[in-house]
Write a new protein. Sequence first.
Length: 168
Amino acid sequence: MSLVSNLVRTYRAPGTVIDGLDRQGLREPQVLFFALLSCGLIFVAQWPGLSRAAALDPAVTLEQRMGGALFGVMFMLPLLLYALAGLIQLVLRVAVAPIAGLRVRLALFWSLLSVTPLMLLHGGLGGFLGAHPAVNLFGFVVAASFLYILGAGLGTIVRRTRSEGSGQ
């Protein structure tokens, strides 16, 4: 299926979509693409807020703000995502079962990519409304959606790994 149709389906059945992606036999380059595409969209989502902040406080220009955001999101965030995936894999290994690192990264990166449309909307709201309670509330919705999709994806991957290990 296409990327966009999988993104839409993820909100209805996140575990099924992540399991389907896992069954396709994705390798590291495809999973890394999900992470980098997510980072690129998160960077774009920050533009309205950065523009608003630069207009309200011209001491730091928009270009300086965007340069800092570019470094943070496109260079540092992928490293943090890989570290987080390693931590999740370690916790799953200790608490549940040994899970392949690629599968954990797939669930994490796909979950992040799935909520980027919401992040784009959140960034637009932040740019237009500023520090408004509705923007903060929507930020919690984005975070809850990410955790829901990640939890469902990891749960599916754990169940599949267990069934593969038992020979079924």
